[in-house]
Design a protein around this ligand. Structure first.
Ligand code: SOE
Length: 397
């Protein structure tokens, strides 16, 4: 006898605002995370997607199975049946949408950077905390297995007291001067250029792995001053933001660091890189070999002293969601490492979000982390403008 049963689960109902590139990655993650986590309670219902350019919203709805699309984000925040507002719009619009979402009792996930400046981010973080709802800023890379494993090794004390953090996030795509003057090049809309777009991630990772920033000394450069206008490519308009920012860092712990953020540096396709150097060992990571973590242990005998490469697989945080099953061996050594990539990174970020939703605690990178990142970006901008060390102001939340 055949049988067909209708599933009776109650997924989290999501409304997404912003149907650009990030919508693809968020949709992919939300559609797949319950299956990957093997947890039916981790499922999302893609209710409505909004974009001011409605055809974009329609396109994503048709491709990813959003039930409805539109052009007014208030149809998401005002909808009582929606649990979660997912925001992936230009940075200057995060503030208004987030505040309205919290006012209407929604959980919120917001793309980075949280806002264009720390004054607005502070208000957003206060509202998020006061709302009692789950809030997350999508600092994707924290959940990445090699990076989560690096954090575990640091916490275990294996590399000892951290002396120095060297980190960068470098890309080269914006070295193409024919790329038009979209919102990321306008300061009022983006807050910062490479510093806000990719620098936000390396700042977050520096905080995640080492701790709070005390002060910064920075330089900012722009390589391409004008770009074709989006509306009329025969005309040009001024780029207002950085193409490359580098900063010396003093952490509150006494450790020092360097961070660099660039998006017009030939040869760097998408390199999230760090080297965390402690007094007993070191850790090294590069997105160009993103399934590997390099670990150096000073206590190794001299004849085998050197970095070892740990290939990420089922034994490492998050990687166990993917591909080959646990075969039940007891040693834990016979695990597979088939490899994962950028799409899976977002799925892992949504795993963090689901865990927060289920516990009711905003344990994943939250709006306070988003605020701290904006405070550091502001300090870097001031330091570069004044050509002086700048203390990072940490608002009390
Ligand atoms: C584009 O520079 C971009 O997609 C960023 O916006 C992301 O945050 C980063 O993960 C990769 O590069």
């Amino acid at each position: 006898m055949t049988s067909v049963t209708k599933l009776n689960n109650s997924p989290y109902r999501v409304g997404m605002v912003g149907a650009g590139f990030m919508a693809k990655l968020h949709s992919l993650s939300m559609r797949n995370i319950a299956g990957l986590m093997d947890d039916p309670t981790a499922s999302f219902e893609l209710v409505r997607i909004i974009d001011v350019h409605e055809p974009l919203a329609q396109r994503e709805a048709e491709r990813w199975g959003w039930q409805e699309y539109g052009n007014d984000w208030k149809t998401v925040t005002n909808d009582e049946t929606i649990d979660i507002v997912d925001i992936a719009t230009p940075n200057d619009s995060h503030y208004e949408i987030c505040l309205e979402a919290f006012a209407k009792g929604k959980h919120v996930i917001c793309e980075k950077p949280l806002s264009t400046n720390s004054a607005m981010a502070e208000i957003m973080a206060r509202k998020a905390v006061a709302s009692g709802k789950v809030h997350m800023v999508n600092f994707t890379y924290r959940a990445w297995p090699a990076i989560a494993q690096a954090k575990k090794i640091i916490e275990s004390g294996a590399i000892g007291k951290i002396r120095h953090f060297e980190g960068h996030f470098l890309q080269d795509h914006n070295n193409d001067p024919t790329i038009p003057l979209q919102w990321r090049f306008i300061e009022a809309k983006a807050g910062a250029g490479a510093l806000g777009d990719v620098g936000a991630h390396i700042i977050d990772l520096a905080r995640f792995l080492v701790g709070e920033f005390d002060s910064v000394s920075a330089t900012m450069q722009r390589f391409i001053d004008e770009r074709p206008l989006v509306e009329d490519r025969s005309q040009k308009g001024a780029v207002e933001v950085d193409d490359f920012t580098s900063a010396l860092v003093k952490f509150s712990s006494g450790a020092t660091g360097t961070i660099k953020a660039g998006w017009a540096l030939p040869g760097f396709k998408n390199d999230v890189f760090f080297n965390v150097i402690g007094d007993k060992g070191s850790l090294r990571f590069s997105w160009e070999r993103s399934n590997e973590l390099q670990y150096f242990d000073s206590s190794d005998p001299a004849v085998i002293s050197g970095y070892r490469t740990i290939l990420m697989g089922r034994a490492h945080p998050g990687a166990e969601l993917f591909w080959f099953p646990d075969l039940g061996g007891e040693s834990g050594v016979g695990v597979t490492a088939q490899g994962i990539g950028y799409g899976e990174a977002f799925a892992l970020s949504f795993k963090h979000f689901v865990e927060s939703l289920k516990s009711g605690q905003s344990t994943a990178p939250n709006f306070i982390d988003g605020l701290r990142c904006c405070e550091i970006i502001d300090a870097i901008k001031i330091s570069a403008a004044e050509e002086a060390w700048q203390k990072v102001h940490l608002a009390e939340i």
